[in-house]
Write a protein that binds this ligand. Sequence first.
Ligand code: FPP
Length: 256
Amino acid sequence: MVNVLDNQKKNASVALPPVIPQHIGIIMDGNGRWAKARGLPRTQGHHRGKENLRQILESCVEFGVKVLTIYAFSTENWERPVGEVRVLMSILNLVLDQEVKRLHKNGVQVRHIGSMDGVDPRLQKKIMDACEHTRDNDRLVLNVAFNYGGRGEIVHAVRNIMRDGVAPEDVTEEMIGRYLYTGGQPDPDLIIRTGGEFRLSNFLLWQGSYAEYYSTPTFWPDFDKSALLEALWEFNRRRRRFGMIDEQIDGHQTGN
Ligand code: FPP
């Protein structure tokens, strides 16, 4: 007898599952290994990774995802060889030069999450211009996590709360959420990591508390629309309890 889940999996390359996450986070890992497997320099992997971004972004728009957060450069990535850091910076420059018009046309709002510390002032300006240019779009919010670290983000939020003179007893989880770079956005429902590792690597630490985590061995440059659909089907198989028990969830779903 054919199992229902097998059937769903078989259809993964064509059909859209019933529940689409509002917010997806992606750790785009495996560019270096993708390149190495082909005898190419690591930086070629990043270039292919950049190309891949377009189809995943367009698929998210098509599927009705409201927020997509991509981990483009972590605060720890400064430790990489200087040449590789330079290439990653130049790729963001290229993306901003080549893609903003198309993103704008597709109703995508670009947002930067992370710090500008250490980022070339010209690149800083390009990032800010792209955010400004697309600020009124509401089809999909693209958070570019660039020079981003989840712990640093929480420190940044706490500092601003203190600067605003908030009394300790008035600090709430909701308030901390509002002071994060993603303030006002829904938390991620699904965090995808390509490249086979099972780590969060300082990505959306606060916001990802109740996200479903999905790891695939596929390297980022090969993670295509059908691979995304497979992740969405897997998300649909998960049962999200948010700390409750099954009976309570059923009650919520039926409005009891
Ligand atoms: C991790 O792969 C990937 C990154 C550190 C950068 C991700 C960048 C892109 C996908 C290009 C798009 C970039 C921007 C700025 C929009 P890795 O190098 O750690 O791969 P490995 O684990 O195989 O070595």
